[in-house]
Ligand binder design. Sequence first.
Ligand SMILES: O=C(O)CCC(=O)C(=O)O
Length: 266
Amino acid sequence: MSHISQLKESGYTVVENVIPDSELDAISASIQASTDEHGGEDPRSRGIGHVGGFMRYNQALAPYLSDRRVLDPVEGILGPVVKISFTTATINLAGNPRGTWHADWPFNQNNAGHVEAPYPDLPMHITTLWMISEFSAENGGTLIVPSSHREPNNPTGDIGVDQHAEHPDEINATGPAGSVLILDSRIWHSTAPNMTDQPRVSVVVRYAPWWLNTRMLMPDSNEREVMMERTGLNENSQPSLPRDVYEGLPETVQPLFGHWLSDLDG
Ligand SMILES: O=C(O)CCC(=O)C(=O)O
């Protein structure tokens, strides 16, 4: 089955061998060092190393972000003009606990910017997890509920699903290091416990169609302030990209970030 068909039917797919084996150790060391420097353990999620707007601080993944093996399925779902909405270093430290069931922004009903449930059966956002470490059941390969992306709501909405409990249909998404897990952002998923003594290193990269408004993710934006005030809810933060960092990105990757430049006035 093609990646696009698998995404449409099950809400997830894994593309293997996107990052060459020979590069993985250096990329992993660089991501861990930048995460220690710029973020560290997420105060909201125990045992998770976390840095939002990671591209600003670390460009180790940049050469791979426009790989056609990833972009073809992303564009096949979202349409031909996409942008990168989030880059978030996500390191599941040894022994991290299980997380809570959710769908991602903009379907997570706890975020200030969310599509109100029941939402239409329309893919609007793609979440990718770049496996710098292997993802396995032992080290916390993301827990997912296959095909849950077709539901009009998710456990962050008021649907009586215990966000902390095991789900009868859950599986761990797995793959060798260098793979990319692609999710329809509506799919129900959760952080899995890392039961090994090594960190599970990944970067979460999200892709949006050109028309999806991401401005409320920008720290200090007027839109963010307004949305948080109007809803009384919190929001993810993705710091902007300085122009010198943008200019150092590969030519095929720049169009994915042009909307997030720190010196844009529009
Ligand atoms: O790290 C994982 O496996 C899951 C991360 C996650 O749930 C998220 O970024 O929304």
